[in-house]
Design a protein around this ligand. Sequence first.
Ligand SMILES: [Zn+2]
Length: 63
Amino acid sequence: MTGNCGICDGECNHFISLLGVHICRECEQDIVNSDIGDIKYQYYKSVIKKLWIDYIIQFSQKV
Ligand SMILES: [Zn+2]
């Protein structure tokens, strides 16, 4: 099973699924290992926020 990462858009063989979006191992590790003061953390925070918004929109359209 392959897919495109929802964060870096790279093709990945191993990924976790967050809110229906694939996140590759590298991005997952990056998120886990970034500090709160890290610029990357701020970036991922905004990306994940967007995933949530997309997810909520998707969910509300189904109802
Ligand atoms: Zn990725």
